[in-house]
Design a binder for this molecule. Structure first.
Ligand code: SF4
Length: 437
């Protein structure tokens, strides 16, 4: 979501003739787009702000090697929502206040850099309501994010998102379709619809599944442009079998789902307020595999939630062995102030959390390697995303199952769909060979 929102900010800047600075010493405005999900990410932002403020002081005193000119600092994102004016910045713009961005730019443009501007916009200058950005396109990209929802009403006990991004707001289908048409005209080949709990999308009686149907019809009626559609994240409690039916009907939906499980123990799932059991999750996975046998699944797993026992942890390992996720984002419990879990007793000691997390990561690594090895020799269609960073004679590509493949080739192929054979595995990336016939 932050990547999509950063791309939208870059577009607004470019529309107002701002240019990317070579480095901080050359910048008029420094934007720090922040995440609050983990403490460590916030700590890094505090460090960055201290550095920026030191450079600003040097600009005033004329001392120091860089920062010889004044600049403004804007903190955007979830930390701005959570901490507001406690942050040491010229402007703070929480996720719900994104519509203020052009007004902040206008203020900097009008008042210049030498005038000490107020800490943020005055009430009169603020936009009155949350608004989605119209376009989240990054220049030259073949894949793009399309946010369709903002906020979350689920209140998982460990999660800060409902407090920083607020209640669920769905984006009007007409705006979503307009963005999809604009992306297609820019030769984007793949879009990922975004929402914190995307299955809860609801706009004036239009459900998520109805929106998917509208998007599929729009894409099928297009010449060229977008071919593949993904969506994330799916919450098991809201995932309906109608979603699978729409995916089965329309081939534009990639055969990959990110279905967050978080834990394998019902006791922990209840404590986390996830509102499904592991049996219900497994039944949902069965249902998905019956309708879409080749679908790959990925997930999030949270280990070390307060009260987690060795038996709870073992149940998570069991669930992972049963589902065999292609990959999993694994993390340990990190208390976030303001969430229901912040004050829960019975915290799992750090060394236990880290041991369990290592075991989860090791198991997932084995499963991923087994699944990927079994694919060697197969023929796949890949989307060429760009040049390999390691070798510019090679191209980085992705399958619809969200597997990475490297094939030989040059930049003229970026954006093409290519038939390839998977020949070998290097870490989690395939080496492939293009099939010409
Ligand atoms: S569904 Fe739960 S984990 Fe996901 S954003 Fe909402 S509260 Fe957080």
């Amino acid at each position: 979501m932050n990547l999509a929102e950063s791309a939208a900010m870059v577009r607004t800047l470019e529309e107002r003739s701002w240019q990317k600075a070579k480095d901080i010493g050359d910048a008029d405005l420094v934007i720090v787009n922040t995440c609050s999900v983990r403490q460590t990410a916030e700590q890094r932002v505090f460090g960055r702000l201290d550095l920026l403020n030191a450079l600003k002081r040097k600009a005033v005193t004329g001392r120091g090697s860089i920062g010889g000119r004044p600049f403004k600092v804007l903190v955007a994102g979830c930390m701005a929502s959570r901490l507001g004016e406690k942050l040491k910045a010229d402007f703070v713009m929480g996720t719900i206040e994104k519509a203020n961005f052009p007004r902040i730019l206008e203020k900097v443009e009008k008042e210049g850099l030498d005038n000490p501007t107020p800490h943020s916009l005055s009430v009169d200058e603020m936009a009155s309501a949350f608004a989605f950005s119209p376009l989240h396109y990054e220049e030259g990209a073949v894949r793009s994010f399309v946010p369709i929802m903002h906020g979350c009403d689920s209140f998982c006990a460990y999660c800060i998102v409902p407090y920083t991004r607020g209640r669920e707001v769905s984006r009007p289908p007409s705006d979503i379709l307009a963005e999809i048409r604009a992306l297609s005209a820019k030769d984007v080949r793949e879009i990922t619809l975004l929402g914190q709990n995307i299955n809860a999308y609801q706009w004036n009686g239009i459900s998520f599944n109805e929106l998917l149907e509208m998007i599929a019809q729009e894409i099928e009626g297009m010449e060229g442009g977008i071919h593949w559609v993904r969506f994330l994240s799916s919450h098991p409690k809201n995932f309906s079998k109608k979603t699978v039916e729409v995916m089965t009907r329309h081939r534009c939906f990639c055969r990959h789902l990110h279905l967050c499980v978080q834990h394998g123990s019902d006791r922990m799932l209840t404590a986390m307020n996830r509102r499904y059991t592991s049996a219900q999750y497994l039944a949902l996975v069965d249902q998905i595999h019956t309708a879409l046998p080749d679908v790959t699944l990925s997930t999030d797993i949270l280990i070390g939630f307060p009260g987690e026992t060795e038996a709870d942890f073992e149940e998570t390992l069991d669930l992972m062995r049963q589902v065999r996720f292609l990959y999993a984002y694994t993390y340990h419990f990190n208390p976030r102030e303001g969430t229901a879990a912040f004050s829960l007793p019975d915290r799992v000691p750090d060394e236990v959390k880290l041991r369990r997390l290592s075991a989860i990561i090791a198991l997932q690594k084995n499963i991923t390697t087994e699944l990927l090895n079994a694919r060697i020799g197969g023929r796949v269609t890949v989307l060429v995303e760009g040049l390999s960073k390691k070798n510019t004679d090679e191209l980085i590509c992705r399958t619809e199952w969200d597997e990475m493949v490297v094939i030989p080739g040059d930049s003229s192929r970026i954006g093409e769909f290519v038939e390839a054979r998977l020949e070998a595995l290097n870490g989690n990336t395939f080496r492939g060979k293009e099939l010409k016939e």
